[in-house]
Design a binder for this molecule. Structure first.
Ligand SMILES: N[C@@H](Cc1ccccc1)C(=O)O
Length: 507
């Protein structure tokens, strides 16, 4: 049965009448048959459900019982009831023929036994000693007629009592079915064209929207994902860390010089020119141009002196090794943002010489480059977070206390420090934090009190101390967001979809 034809039939009737009181009375389109069977009603109900979902109709579902003949019932419907068979088999009274009960049983078998009593009770058959005969010339076999009616219509006009009697005799089986009453819905229409889902430019231009019906909004549907921009998780974490620095009164250093001279990256930081970190297996050097701009001459001279011979008061002996000013001019990709800190500290010291020293808290977060073997946790470039604090009389206790506050704000309250070595800091401390996921201490950064051999050539007064620390941005981000391969966080393999859906982008 075609659902759209049924739907049309229902709305056409409802347009003329207030309701459809019984859907079993619907005449199936294209036939003269009523939709009386359970199968018909299933088709009707699915058509109604589809109309109701568009609020074109409302309907009430009701239970109905229909009946089927059992095998015995079907046999009786065909051949007649047992009592009718008994009546038919025996001869009329006074016909001269005779039939004994025994003979009846021989000719009818089982039916004789069951039918006899009823035939007597109905007054159809009489008995003279053991001879049987008809008492009436004509009978009405009600059982057969009722069964025929059930077979045709699924039910009995005679009502419940007659049905109960036939069921007791196991001639009928009951079958539950449904039927409905139908009324107009709030959005009643006889126009069942599929509703439009979108209002198009074309509909507006041609005016066809006026005659269109539109699908209702489904406010429970998932929205289509918006394709607006999303900040990369690493940039989100960077913003968070910047926020912590600003909250603690730090100013941001300029970090735009990816290409730096050896002077600012190493010499100014008292990294000996013979230091292994300077070798090409660790550092990317720039081949063209070969030389960078010169640092201020006095400062370069002073740095050269501190490297090779130490301070003039003899408190430091320097490296007792030759210092090449040519080497200072070589260009490289900065290996740490401490080169930026060196430039800023030099500027701070020089300004202090003129205007009197002022304390400073400075930070930066930017890219650095190292000639590393690339693997799941290492890239040749990464982001460094760096902070430096310059003030009179700072101690190692200030540094440790400061880091405890800073890292707690980053969500890493559990810290340990381990003595380490940096050419530019003394003492130096490696920073470890407890990783609850891995259940172990992991190294996250490096810190220390900058050496006098670095601060004095810059021009700081002797009681000014500077402490600093640096850490990578990628590792804490990976730990925090459960990223195991750095290539899915940085580089061309980063999935844009992942960036948009990453939990990191939600804070
Ligand atoms: N430059 C150091 C970090 C650091 C900065 C400042 C002081 C001490 C250490 C590094 O790359 O790991």
């Amino acid at each position: 049965m075609d659902s759209s034809e049924l739907q049309q039939l229902v709305v056409d009737i409802l347009e003329k009448e207030t309701a459809i009181p019984d859907t079993r009375k619907l005449v199936i389109p294209g036939t003269k048959r009523q939709a009386a069977s359970a199968e018909d009603q299933n088709a009707v109900i699915s058509a109604l459900a589809s109309l109701a979902s568009r609020e074109i109709v409302t309907y009430d579902q009701k239970d109905a019982f229909t009946y089927l003949l059992t095998a015995e019932g079907a046999q009786i419907a065909r051949d007649g009831s047992h009592e009718a068979l008994v009546w038919a088999a025996v001869p009329p009274k006074d016909s001269g023929e005779t039939m004994t009960i025994k003979q009846l049983q021989e000719s009818l078998g089982q039916a004789a036994k069951i039918g006899q009593g009823k035939a007597f009770k109905n007054g159809w058959v009489g008995k003279d000693r053991d001879k049987l005969f008809k008492l009436v010339a004509k009978i009405v076999d009600t059982t057969r007629e009722e069964l025929n009616e059930v077979e045709k219509t699924g039910t009995l006009k005679g009502g419940e009592k007659a049905v109960a009697e036939l069921r007791k005799r196991k001639l009928l089986d009951q079958k539950k079915s449904l039927w409905c009453t139908v009324k107009k819905g709030p959005a009643f229409t006889t126009d069942l064209r599929k509703p439009e889902t979108d209002l198009t430019a074309e509909m507006l231009a041609t005016g066809s929207w006026k005659d269109s019906t539109f699908k209702k909004y489904n406010f429970d549907a998932d929205g289509t994902p918006t394709n607006g921009g999303a900040l990369h998780p690493l940039m989100k974490v960077r913003e968070e860390v910047r926020g912590i620095f600003f909250e603690m009164g730090f100013a941001e250093m300029p970090t735009d010089a990816f290409v730096e001279s050896c002077f600012w990256n190493f010499d100014a930081l008292y990294v000996p020119q013979q230091h292994p970190a300077r070798e090409t297996q660790d550092t990317f050097y720039v081949s063209s141009p070969l030389r960078g701009l010169s640092p201020p001459k006095d400062y370069l001279d002073s740095v050269a002196q501190y490297h090779s011979r130490g301070s003039s008061d003899g408190s430091s002996r320097g490296y007792q090794a030759p210092f090449s000013k040519e080497e200072s001019h070589r260009l490289l990709l900065r290996t740490h943002t401490t080169s930026c800190s060196a430039r800023m500290l030099y500027a701070l010291a020089q300004k202090g010489k003129k205007d009197g020293f002022k304390p400073a808290k400075l930070f930066s977060i930017d890219r650095v480059f190292r000639n590393e073997a690339v693997d799941a946790t290492h890239l040749a470039e990464f982001h460094q977070v760096e902070g430096v604090v310059a003030d009179r009389g700072l101690t190692l206790g200030d540094l440790i206390g400061f880091m405890q506050t800073f890292f707690a704000k980053m969500g890493l309250p559990n810290l340990r420090f381990k003595p380490a070595y940096n050419p530019y800091t003394e003492p130096s401390l490696e920073i470890f934090c407890w990783h609850p996921g891995l259940g172990k201490w992991v190294e996250i950064g490096n810190s220390g009190m900058f050496r006098p051999e670095m601060l004095e050539p810059m021009g700081f007064p002797p009681d000014v101390r500077v402490h600093g620390w640096g850490l990578g941005l990628e590792r804490p981000t990976m730990i925090r967001y459960g990223i195991t391969n750095i290539r899915s966080l940085v580089g061309h393999k980063v999935s844009i979809d992942g960036v948009e859906k990453s939990p990191a982008v939600r804070f």
